[in-house]
Write a new protein. Structure first.
Length: 291
């Protein structure tokens, strides 16, 4: 039974008075009881702490550490290992004025790396946690997000994803960015192609709506600027041979004949049914250069 009621406001100081835990910061393990409290709010966005629900059951949460690369130590380690050390995880949203709203008890599902500025504006490697609501079923396992890892020990996947010195020298390198970013897009689109519902994850591509080269640093890792597509649709979308209107209906370019689209299985009747208003804003920019 949970000691907290969903959507109810609590004074954060009283939570710590009763249960312990650090009164500052986002990850607060308690030494008094087997609980870990995590807090998320909008104020951290300027330092790369852009948290959010990727779907109804998965919340992507940025690890702690304001300067330098994040590491799996202290709160980050406690969060990653909470199931193994027998601690329950309670998630709150910061409301302001010392108040926090309890959202749900959560469980660690997965984590990966991404590049983000620290408090001084210096690029560093961050940790993105993927937390799931307790008791819910996620239809895929973390190792299924890439076929490379299907036969790997899940505990070793993070080590494989750790960027090299060379990879870190660039601005949000493709592999560092695609680690956590691709996973967020997969969760966002409920583990299937947004157009066809094809669900083989190792084939699907996390496509940028506004291309990487035309996006700023924030837009490159914005989950709203991503769409999960099967390879055929990704290739056509990337080359501006198809797009989608603000209702999600496919639009075919007249650069190639309709019979050519038919040969590769594109009917012109396809539709995306789950576009957000933020997706639409990016699509409007994609459509400005549609041929």
């Amino acid at each position: 039974m949970s000691p907290f009621i969903p959507n109810q406001l609590y004074k954060r100081s009283l939570i710590h008075d009763q249960y312990g835990g650090n009164r500052q910061g986002g990850i607060s393990p308690s030494a008094k009881v087997p609980y870990i409290f995590i807090f998320s709010g909008k104020s951290g966005a300027q330092y790369g702490y852009r948290d959010g629900w990727d779907n109804h059951n998965i919340f992507s949460y940025t690890g702690e550490g304001q300067v330098g690369d994040m590491q799996f130590i202290r709160g980050n380690l406690a969060l990653k290992e909470h199931l193994n050390i027998g601690k329950r995880l309670f998630f709150f949203e910061i409301e302001g004025g010392g108040l926090v709203k309890f959202i749900s008890e959560m469980e660690f599902y997965d984590a990966d790396y991404f590049e983000t500025p620290d408090i001084n504006g210096t690029n560093r490697i961050g940790i993105k946690f993927f937390l799931k609501r307790i008791g819910v079923f996620i239809p895929v396992k973390p190792a299924q997000f890439s076929h490379v890892y299907l036969n790997q020990d899940p505990n070793k996947i993070l080590e494989l994803n750790l960027p090299t010195i060379t990879e870190r020298s660039g601005l949000v390198t493709s592999r560092v960015g695609q680690g956590a970013y691709r996973k967020r897009i997969i969760h966002r689109w409920e583990y299937k192609c947004a157009v066809t519902n094809f669900n083989k994850l190792d084939i699907l591509i996390a496509s940028h709506i506004v291309p990487w080269s035309k996006s700023n640093n924030q837009e490159r890792l914005d989950v709203n600027n991503g769409i999960l597509l099967s390879p055929t649709y990704d290739a056509l979308f990337d080359k501006h041979l198809i797009t989608f209107d603000n209702k999600g209906k496919i639009v075919l370019s007249d650069q190639i004949e309709y019979s050519a689209y038919e040969k590769i299985g594109v009917s012109g009747k396809e539709q995306i049914h789950d576009l957000s208003r933020y997706n639409v804003e990016y699509l409007e920019r994609h459509n400005e250069v549609f041929q």
